[in-house]
Design a binder for this molecule. Structure first.
Ligand code: NAP
Length: 258
């Protein structure tokens, strides 16, 4: 029987990309899923799809992860038994804009910092105490190669992912005596809605990010996350860095020219 059968898996960022791929991958393994994002209609549709495909039980939570009060109220609305989350996948995150710092927009910085750092902290703060009480659980954070090395005009986004890297390392120490696992899964280029969001809906510009590269798919990243979540009880995967074959670190990419 799958190790994940009936486990409760909370996935932020479930309305798109890596979070959505994780929802499908974990549901296929028999997990129960809590799907969180702002776009309620998307996660409702996903919940139906998972029910039909795998008879998955799910809950839908629609909140803006930048708002701690909204997170608290949403989490409190769950039935008691669903509050005992076994695995939290912190996938909600974004880049907004790509400018040299001297030309950057402080409003974009606020959104990235509030989502990628503060949002991840708020949600983890809400879910972790029940794991600590039960001395069991697994937090899986979506970091990035951008949390290991920087790229031009990546300043604030890279800073948020360096922060996620630090939070994962530090959290691992905080819960060391509680049998709680903490993993960081850090991809390079993954083709999702990430670049469309970064460039405010400019699909053509977003396509250029992946031109001439065979990028990672969201399923590739979900596979790595599933691997972390299915190791024996005594094994913690601290970190996985995965990139397309054509990419080394954040800033070295070889593109095929046709
Ligand atoms: P995506 O397709 O754009 O998905 C991002 C998800 O985050 C969406 O479900 C979105 O949901 C959610 N989100 C964004 N802002 C939110 C907010 N304020 N409140 C609640 N949810 C919010 O991008 P992705 O590539 O899957 O990104 C997932 C994670 O992987 C991010 O942390 C990203 O930094 C990281 N990552 C991505 C790449 C890449 O190349 N794509 C590489 C390395 C790391 P709603 O808009 O519905 O709220």
């Amino acid at each position: 029987m799958s190790l994940l059968k009936n486990k409760i898996v909370f996935i932020s960022g479930a309305s798109s990309g890596i979070g959505m791929a994780c929802a499908r991958a974990f549901a296929r393994e028999g997990a129960k899923v809590i799907l969180a994002a702002r776009r309620r209609e998307r996660i409702e549709k996903l919940a139906l799809e998972l029910k039909e495909a795998f008879t998955t039980e799910s809950k839908i939570l629609s909140f803006d992860i930048q708002n701690y009060q909204e997170i608290k109220e949403s989490f409190a609305s769950l039935p008691e038994e669903w509050k005992n989350v076994d695995i939290l996948i912190n996938s909600a995150g974004l880049a907004q804009g790509m400018h040299k710092l001297q030309e950057g927009n402080p409003d974009d910085w606020d959104v990235m910092i509030n989502t990628n750092i503060k949002g991840l902290l708020y949600l983890t703060r809400e879910i972790l105490p029940n794991m600590v009480k039960r001395e069991s659980g697994h937090i899986i954070n979506l970091g990035s190669t951008a949390g290991h090395d920087v790229y031009p005009s990546g300043n604030v986004y890279c800073a948020t992912k360096f922060a996620v890297n630090a939070i994962s390392q530090s959290l691992r120490i905080d819960v060391l005596d509680k049998s709680i696992k903490v993993s960081s899964v850090d991809p390079g280029m993954v083709e999702t809605e990430f670049s469309v969001v970064r460039f405010s809906g400019d699909v053509e510009r977003a396509k250029k990010v992946y031109a001439g590269v065979d990028p990672l798919t969201p399923q590739d990243v979900a596979d790595a996350i599933l691997y972390c979540a299915t190791r024996p009880k005594h094994v913690n995967i601290n970190e996985i860095i995965l990139t397309p074959v054509a990419q080394a670190q954040s800033n070295f990419v070889v593109r095929k020219t046709t």
